[in-house]
Write a protein that binds this ligand. Structure first.
Ligand code: PLP
Length: 354
């Protein structure tokens, strides 16, 4: 039986993409070669890379607006340091909304002064801080749009004169935003794009080249831009599969279409969380994420029963992160509403049984 995959990442990807990717592993475009054994300098792969880069910009509405898209390696975690390496001359402002923000702050501290603009640590990151002041003279502001572990999502982004850098690892391509408000966006592929192994970085080119330090080539955005994301051998399979997912999303109607589905899925699960007396939502209602819904059981004694019911219904990957406990249902772009309905059925069955 195919499972309902609620994993936080790596996670569910569109079945159509798997079908095409498996075929391409065996024989890419009837070339007699696998997509992972052709040269990255071949026309076939250069075309894949170029399509991936331009689809990313097109879907985000950033074509012709001075942005470049790169598919790099090292995960979003490398972007924690790369952003600071390339942009932090004196001081930068960081919004601390969870463990991933904290990790970004730790890396940035190696390069300059970090001003923590606001933090929700006082409440185990179950909300997004609002109404904080932003000092003048920051090299940039960094935020995490979706807090995968805690299930919160920023709805209103900080507004200031400083460039805005955002870790969108767990909600890229999931909702409509004015992406031109951001100067640098990065996202590991393994949620809404493809297999782990590549990270999408979208940069407004004019924010680069303003710092004094020397940057090693592999960590220098300008080097990667000048080589069209082919400075070294790219992770060919991860880029190819990401490209297929972006094609899939475009065919579906792009971000507006997927946003509509994501909102329906989120509404379905949060309505259950709100009416079911046996569960309690973790995130503050107004800050709830449409990608990761976090909840706990009111009575821990029901855990064994609930876990057994989930297993029986083929629900996979809903255990919460250790720092929150309870459960986390990750509902990325490729998840169907039927899978969310299957989880909601189990939750309401639990109420009937208990
Ligand atoms: N940022 C966010 C919001 C994440 O959810 C994750 C991983 O789950 C990361 C960063 C780290 O990504 P990576 O494992 O690709 O370095």
């Amino acid at each position: 039986m195919k499972k309902h995959n609620f994993s936080a990442g790596p996670c569910i990807l569109p079945q159509e993409v798997f079908k095409e990717a498996s075929q391409a592993i065996l024989d890419y475009n009837n070339s007699g070669l696998s997509v992972i054994e052709i040269s990255h300098r071949s026309k076939d792969f250069v075309d894949i890379m170029e399509e991936a880069r331009s689809l990313a910009l097109e879907l985000l509405g950033l074509e012709g607006k001075g942005y470049k898209a790169l598919f790099l390696q090292g995960g979003a975690s490398t972007q924690f340091l790369m952003t600071a390496y390339n942009l932090l001359q004196t001081k930068a402002g960081y919004l601390n909304t969870g463990s991933w923000s904290e990790k970004a702050i730790k890396e940035a501290n190696l390069f300059g002064e970090v001003v923590e603009l606001a933090s929700s640590k006082d409440s185990n990151f179950n909300y997004i801080p609002k109404g904080f002041d932003i000092p003048k003279g920051l090299d940039y502001i960094h935020c995490t749009s979706n807090n995968t572990i805690f299930g919160t999502q920023i709805k209103d982004f900080p507004v200031s004169d400083a460039p805005l850098v955002c870790d969108m690892s767990s909600d890229i391509f999931s909702r409509q935003l004015d992406f031109s408000k951001f100067d640098l966006i990065y996202a590991g592929a393994q949620k809404n794009m493809g297999p782990a192994g590549t990270t999408l970085v979208v940069i407004k080119e004019d924010i680069l080249g303003k710092i004094e330090r020397q940057i090693p080539s592999m960590l220098d955005y300008q080097v990667h831009i000048s080589k069209a994301s082919m400075f070294n051998t790219p992770p060919v399979f991860a880029v190819y599969t990401s490209m297929l997912t972006l094609r899939w999303l475009k065919k579906l109607g792009g971000i507006p279409a997927i946003e509509e589905l994501n909102e329906k899925k989120a509404k379905l699960i949060y309505s259950e969380i709100d009416v079911n007396p046996l569960v309690k939502g973790f995130a503050a209602k107004e800050d709830r994420s449409n990608m990761n819904a976090t909840f706990t059981l009111v009575n821990e004694d029901l855990k064994e029963t609930f876990d057994a019911m989930c297993a029986e219904a083929g629900l996979n990957g809903i255990n919460g992160h250790r720092s929150v406990g309870g459960y986390r249902a990750s509902m990325y772009n490729a998840m169907t509403i039927e899978s969310v309905a299957a989880l909601v059925d189990v939750m309401s069955d639990l109420e009937r049984k208990a």
